[in-house]
Design a protein around this ligand. Structure first.
Ligand SMILES: C[S@@+](CC[C@H](N)C(=O)[O-])C[C@H]1O[C@@H](n2cnc3c(N)ncnc32)[C@H](O)[C@@H]1O
Length: 251
């Protein structure tokens, strides 16, 4: 892929936090993005308990909307603290409008507590955006080979349609946990299309979970129509409710 063909994100900084002009939306909660990630995505997928009792050598997360990498780094932090040393976290993220290195660096400076993790990640970020990617996909190993990060620079649904986990030597060819991020469905309906939920079902197994910050009806209905059990709980910060749940249908 030619770097000039990558649609770069246009952001501004509002009170020190990244803001997407094109979507009129924030990258994370202005209340506390880090706590939001822990609450919505890590706890929403029960990752701490699952990783402490992990019986497989790989655990695969797929995320829609890599953004600043905050969700990724929070997941890595928990993984390194709780998962067995010989297991690999494969974190796959789909991002249509990647941040440039300067903006991403500035965004991650908001989290000094993640610096030990963000520094080695930032050293690889330019490579992840590099022009030679096959299928717009780049993979790097990080953190003493305990984490594999795959960044797919594409629309979430389009990227999932061509995703074949067997190409990564994954022990499993399905996703274990979904992080449904992305700007709010009202502001970004293109991402939250029915085909996205169909792809999620194609790539899920009986123990696959999902979590998302939104409780939008179209998202809930799309997940239910594709065999996910959908539950609601209080949302983070100003958000009234969020969704989480599990895939029901065995392949
Ligand atoms: C709220 S931000 C995600 C924040 C991110 N998870 C983090 O940890 O910083 C939403 C992200 O979704 C991306 N996005 C928007 N539409 C998309 C699409 N159709 N496919 C893939 N990514 C998309 C945006 O560029 C943005 O980076």
């Amino acid at each position: 892929m030619d770097e000039s063909s990558i649609a770069k994100s246009s952001i501004e900084w509002r009170q020190g936090q990244p803001y997407a002009n094109a979507f009129q939306d924030v990258y994370f909660s202005s209340d506390n993005g880090l706590l939001e990630t822990e609450y919505v995505f890590l706890q929403g997928n029960q990752l701490s308990a699952r990783w402490q009792h992990l019986s497989t050598k790989t655990f695969t997360i797929a995320e829609t909307g890599f953004g600043t990498g905050l969700n990724f780094l929070c997941a890595v932090k928990l993984w390194l603290a709780s998962a067995p040393n010989d297991a690999v976290l494969h974190f796959i993220s789909l991002e249509k409008y990647p941040l440039n290195l300067a903006d991403l660096t500035k965004a991650l400076q908001l989290w000094p507590e993640l610096q030990a993790l963000s520094t080695p990640f930032l050293a690889e970020y330019a490579q992840l955006l590099s022009t030679s990617a096959i299928n717009n996909t780049q993979t790097v190993m990080l953190f003493d080979n305990r984490v594999r990060l795959t960044l797919i620079i594409d629309d979430a649904t389009a990227g999932l349609k061509s995703l074949n986990l067997a190409n990564f030597n994954n022990a499993s060819t399905t996703i274990d946990a979904w992080f449904l991020d992305g700007f709010s469905p009202a502001k970004n309906p293109d991402m939250w299309q029915v085909a996205l939920f169909e792809q999620m079902a194609r790539l899920s197994n009986l123990t696959t979970t999902f979590a998302t910050f939104t409780s939008a009806g179209a998202v809930r209905r799309g997940l239910i129509a594709n065999d996910f059990v959908v539950k609601k709980q209080a949302g983070f910060g100003k958000k009234r409710e969020m969704l989480f749940g599990q895939f029901l249908h065995d392949k």
